[in-house]
Design a protein around this ligand. Structure first.
Ligand code: ADP
Ligand code: ADP
Length: 227
């Protein structure tokens, strides 16, 4: 479980991005942060892996204060997927996926073999591994982004608008495939979106953020639709 306890973030310029955020993110489920632009979703997400440090409160993962874990160790257990995939443009798709495992000490050949398996897992042909990111469609790049985050087999995945930059038809496809994959993998997922339909489709739990970075509601999709 990932537990936010009275967490706040005030940026150096005085912007109060997140205020008094307390919530428990269950293990092995998809929790969605939803709300309009600027309400603190990305800031909250990035505080989990300490890309951003809270200015107040505590975040615990399985009962451990994240401040007691050094950032590289923490991030080894936390995959991160962003909009537009954020792939390394000068590396092949296969190398994009294999890079982190190699940095973590896996031998290159094993990492490449694992990369090819991951390509299949996310619905891409193995041959695509030899291409460069700019030779792929937006949807294909997002699939590679997911595969790359999965390469280190982290128990936790942070996903920031991963499907927002692709057209609606591809987005639907990616959402459906993502749910199927999650059924197999059972990761602890925190998923940021501004799209309420996406939140309801994907979330086991939905945290609705309001302007000013406050939590307006934390509920199941069914409860959310009832209100
Ligand atoms: P969301 O993900 O919901 O769009 P963000 O977490 O990105 O919201 O931003 C929350 C608020 O904090 C916004 O008002 C945004 O402009 C502000 N903000 C984000 N990053 C910074 C920063 N580095 N410095 C100052 N303000 C920031
Ligand atoms: P994204 O939605 O992908 O986070 P943004 O455009 O919101 O992209 O933010 C891009 C970068 O700019 C982030 O690193 C964020 O922290 C920073 N940022 C966002 N809003 C502000 C702001 N008001 N002042 C300073 N930096 C900001």
């Amino acid at each position: 479980m990932i537990s936010f306890q009275s967490v706040a973030k005030v940026y150096p310029d005085g912007t109060a991005a997140v205020q008094d955020l307390s919530l428990d993110i269950p293990t092995g489920r998809i929790t969605v942060f939803v709300g309009p632009s600027g309400c603190g979703k990305t800031t909250s997400l990035r505080m989990i892996n300490r890309m951003i440090e809270p200015t107040a409160g505590t975040i615990e993962i399985d009962g451990r204060d994240t401040r007691s874990i050094d950032a590289p160790t923490l991030r080894r257990g936390i995959g991160y997927v962003i909009q537009n995939a954020g792939l390394f443009p000068h590396r092949t798709v296969e190398d994009n996926i294999a890079t982190v495992p190699v940095l973590q000490g896996k031998n290159r050949r094993e990492a490449r073999t694992a990369a090819r398996e991951l390509l299949e897992r996310v619905g891409l042909p193995v041959e695509m591994g030899r291409r460069y990111p700019n030779q792929l469609s937006g949807g294909q790049q997002q699939r590679v982004g997911v595969a790359r985050a999965l390469a280190a087999d982290p128990p936790v995945m942070l996903m920031d608008e991963p499907f927002s930059a692709v057209d609606p038809v591809v987005r639907e496809q990616l959402q459906t495939e993502f749910l199927r994959l999650q059924d197999e993998l059972g990761k602890t997922i925190v998923f940021v979106t501004h799209d309420i339909d996406e939140a309801v489709k994907l979330g086991d739990r939905i945290a609705v953020f309001a302007v000013g970075g406050r939590l307006a509601q934390f509920s199941s999709p069914a409860d959310l639709l009832r209100r």
